[in-house]
Design a protein around this ligand. Structure first.
Ligand SMILES: NC(=O)c1ccc[n+]([C@@H]2O[C@H](COP(=O)([O-])OP(=O)(O)OC[C@H]3O[C@@H](n4cnc5c(N)ncnc54)[C@H](O)[C@@H]3O)[C@@H](O)[C@H]2O)c1
Ligand SMILES: [Zn+2]
Length: 361
């Protein structure tokens, strides 16, 4: 498969390189001179790929000061792990001209991105996304984030990586449940985009059962769609908000479940709820379509056992709420139809409570 380059068209554009069996050092060689670097990874991905990445970088002349491994899982997107990781970078002697290679899923990407954005007021970042979710979504667009007990991604920054290198070969070791979690974001973007990409959601079952071409088509379309949206509105002044489809309730479910619920599963239920809210406002009923697509991706449609009050509290702390919102309103992305998202739709507390209640009972 030839390497594809998709530019993220922000003011300092950066490439997302997509291929099967990429040399990460060669992939970044046009953008970055070899120098001192650190590989940040997690305890699942590190043992599988850190050695190979380290060797490839060293062969190309990089000085790999160390591999910093954090425990796998959402809990590593916390202040404690952040503090440990930057401490390690300082002790390894990474300087202001250093580079962080973030090798892992969305957790490593969000943590590593924030580390790179803040260590010594900012060092270079290369993202090497290894999960489907990170390839199609979190590695593209420059958002980084840490969770607080009060809610998800409440600390973070925007960062522009020098490059994103997505090697689909890494996906071969990804557990099936994580393929499904990544497909949640793919389904989200297909619904938002409409058109040819939406039609390609018919590839979802094939992509799950090992059809590499189907999977790559979905990854390619997702990256292109996300890059285009980010290019229009990098800092989420407006339209980028559509990417939060299913996330208002999804994030609240995650926080209410103390982050024990996978992100993909949470936004799957969040999208089902959003489709219900959409049909109560617009003359469309997309709930059956959502359920079919999400089921075909192996995702849950509900989130039994989550505490409604805790979810509502988390939603009230959501950073996307503006001060101007009355305390009883939440802002949602809804779908007027496939390919026609509307953002900033006000949803009252009672209606939100009913929507969450329908998912958790
Ligand atoms: N920054 C953004 O724009 C953005 C967008 C969407 C999601 N996110 C964040 O991304 C995170 C979720 O990302 P995720 O689903 O990748 O989670 P993750 O990083 O926890 O990865 C999921 C699991 O798969 C393992 N894994 C990853 N790659 C593997 C591989 N190739 N082989 C075997 N195991 C592998 C990980 O160790 C982990 O156990 C959430 O914290 C979410 O908030 C951020
Ligand atoms: Zn998401």
């Amino acid at each position: 498969m030839p390497v594809e380059t998709i530019e993220v068209p922000v003011s300092q554009p950066y490439p997302v390189l997509l291929g099967d069996g990429l040399d990460p050092a060669e992939a970044v060689s046009e953008r970055l001179q070899p120098g001192a670097c650190v590989i940040l990874t997690d305890s699942n991905v590190g043992p599988l790929y850190a050695d190979a990445v380290k060797s490839a970088l060293e062969e190309a002349g990089w000085r790999v000061l160390g591999v910093v491994e954090v425990p796998a899982g959402e809990a590593s997107k916390g202040i404690g792990t952040y503090s440990d990781a930057v401490g390690r970078l300082a002790r390894l002697g990474l300087g202001r001209d250093g580079t962080v290679f973030a090798l892992g899923g969305g957790v490593v990407g969000d943590l590593g991105g924030f580390v790179a954005a803040t260590f010594m007021r900012g060092v270079d970042l290369v993202v090497l996304p290894t999960s489907l979710l990170s390839m199609v979504d979190s590695a593209v667009g420059g958002k980084t984030g840490l969770d607080l007990p009060e809610g998800k991604n409440l600390v973070g920054s925007f960062v522009r990586p020098r490059a994103v290198v997505a090697d689909t070969r890494w996906l071969r070791t990804l557990p099936d449940s994580e393929v499904s979690n990544g497909l949640a974001e793919v389904v989200k973007m297909g619904l938002l985009s409409g058109g040819e990409f939406f039609d390609e959601l018919a590839f979802v079952p094939g992509a799950r059962s090992g059809d590499g071409e189907a999977l790559r088509a979905l990854i390619r379309h997702s990256i292109r769609f996300k890059a285009a949206v980010v290019g229009e509105d990098e800092r989420e002044g407006g339209r980028r908000a559509i990417l939060n489809y299913g996330h208002t309730i999804g994030h609240a479910l995650e926080a209410a479940a103390d982050f024990a619920l996978p992100h993909g599963a949470a936004i799957s239920a969040g999208m089902v709820a959003a489709s219900g809210l959409s049909s109560s406002r617009f003359a469309t009923d997309l709930t059956g379509l959502h359920e079919d697509l999400l089921r075909s991706a192996g995702l849950p449609l509900r989130s039994p056992g989550v505490d409604v009050d805790a979810a509502l509290r988390a939603m009230s702390r959501d950073k996307k709420r503006s001060v101007a919102d009355a305390s009883t309103e939440h802002r949602f992305v809804l779908l007027r139809d496939v390919g026609q998202p509307v953002y900033g739709v006000a949803v009252g507390d009672d209606e939100a409570r009913r929507a969450i209640g329908a998912l958790v009972g």
